[in-house]
Write a protein that binds this ligand. Structure first.
Ligand code: ZN
Length: 459
């Protein structure tokens, strides 16, 4: 019996040991999944090859309290025709990008701009000139004051100060806005003249966007301009690959689509990619740089009353702004300003737009001529444009959209400005005029007396 008892005791011990072993094994297997992520996280965080990338949400939250050093660079973003309702319409239709908003809505400085830097309705020539030179201008004038005299642009100022300067757009580069930052001319409609001047007289380190057809026309009609490229140390390319392999010697002119990028989804490169490459090309200069980025195609889209495509271009514009914001956050030496040259399309909340249109319908005769629509923005032209836009977006129920255009033309309505960086607080001032933004950019770049000396932007 004793032996039996001993055996019993031994087997009990063995069982207990076995149970302990099983429990400890079980514990280990339970612990493993919770420990595993710690093990895998640690080496990834310490991996020397991966630079830490601050999430955009964190950058946007920090914009209001960024401590800037000496300002060397200014990036100006122009939404062509971006009226006050372009932003809430984009938020409502696309759902926004960061908590229902676009990234640039988080910029700490926000103001309202009177775009009447000309007599009558502003266009991209007079509006662009005001932003590029700090002077009031006239319709069709390119970097000329209201008397038709050439006035210095922020691009020319930047180059004088030893900085680098670039101009990029989703429009044709000979269109009014990029033209006002690159040449001086009396008429925005002389696009061949503008292309020729961009080759011969522009000082911008690069001008990139669309407009290949206009350059083709210049080279066809005036073959001597092909020789003028080399004479003026200009590299002219028509593909993104050639932009990426540009060696940086002399100036670069790139036209990567015939006119403008109509469909955002088909844009190669994207405006954000172009912005990223531009900053790479400009930021090597220790003295700093000026960059103008235009969401240019959105003006054409608003003239076509295509609200769906407009919101896609707005998102693309926002992605390009995000590239600049990240650079400003990381370097603390760059001011970012986002604004518009005028309002295209008079976008209003749907109900307001419907009642405005109903009221104006009686005074708007029907004349079915496309040419006539281009110069006389009557309501039937809007209806025609809306019909085409609806056909392009067959899945969208147009009646449920929260915003609607009220014209296919420009309006004199005020626009907004957003900014981050020292000195931009002045943009919140009441009665801010568009030419004052141009003056501020010149001042920020180091041009103390830049722009008009007159409070009306004339002298
Ligand atoms: Zn326009």
């Amino acid at each position: 019996m004793k032996k039996k008892n001993i055996l019993k005791a031994l087997s009990a011990l063995l069982l207990a040991a076995l149970m302990l072993f099983t429990v400890s094994c079980a514990d280990t297997s339970v612990d493993k999944p919770t420990e595993a992520p710690k093990d895998t996280e640690a080496p990834t965080a310490e991996a020397p090859t991966e630079a830490p990338v601050t999430p955009m949400e964190e950058i946007l939250a920090a914009l209001g309290s960024l401590e800037f050093g000496e300002i060397k660079n200014v990036i100006l973003y122009i939404g062509d025709g971006m009226g006050m309702n372009h932003v809430p319409a984009t938020d409502a239709i696309t759902g926004g990008r960061y908590d229902g908003k676009l990234a640039f809505e988080y910029l700490p400085v926000f103001g309202t701009v009177d775009v009447l830097c000309t007599e009558g309705e502003p266009d991209s020539a007079s509006g662009g000139t005001a932003l590029a030179t700090g002077y009031k201008s006239k319709r069709k004038f390119i970097a000329q004051n209201s008397k038709g005299e050439d006035v210095k642009t922020v691009v020319e100022l930047a180059k004088e100060l030893g900085k680098s300067a670039g101009v990029i757009t989703s429009e044709s580069i000979v269109d009014a806005t990029p033209a006002t930052f690159s040449v001086h001319a009396p008429n925005r409609n002389d696009e061949s003249v503008i292309a020729g001047l961009q080759i011969e007289t522009s000082v911008a380190d690069f001008i990139m966007g669309g407009g290949k057809a206009m350059y083709d026309k210049l080279f066809d009609e005036h073959p001597e301009y092909k020789d003028k490229l080399a004479e003026n140390n200009v590299t002219y390319v028509t593909s993104w690959e050639d932009v990426l392999s540009f060696d940086g010697s002399g100036r670069l002119i790139a036209t990567m689509t015939d006119d403008y990028w109509e469909v955002d989804a088909e844009m190669t490169p994207t405006l954000a990619e172009m912005t990223e490459q531009s900053i790479k090309m400009l930021s090597g200069n220790d003295k700093g740089f000026f960059l103008m980025v235009e969401g240019g195609a959105m003006d054409e889209i608003a003239h076509n009353a295509d609200i769906m495509e407009l919101t896609r271009h707005m998102v693309a514009f926002d992605k390009a702004i995000e590239v600049g914001l990240r650079y400003a956050y990381e370097n603390k030496d760059t001011v970012i300003i986002v604004t518009a040259d005028h309002n295209t399309g008079g976008l209003l909340p749907k109900e307001e737009a419907d009642s405005y249109i109903a009221k104006n319908e009686k005074t708007s005769p029907y004349i079915a001529q496309e040419e006539w629509c281009l110069t006389n923005a009557k309501l039937h032209c809007l209806y025609e444009a809306e019909k085409i836009a609806q056909e392009k977006n067959p899945d969208v129920d147009w009646n449920t959209l929260p915003y609607r255009f009220t014209t296919i033309a420009h309006t004199s309505d005020k626009v907004n400005v957003w900014a981050v960086g020292p000195g931009t607080e002045s943009l919140t001032e009441a009665k801010l005029k568009c030419f004052q933004i141009g003056k501020l950019i010149g001042n920020l770049l180091g041009g103390e007396d830049f722009g008009s000396a007159d409070k009306n932007g004339v002298k």
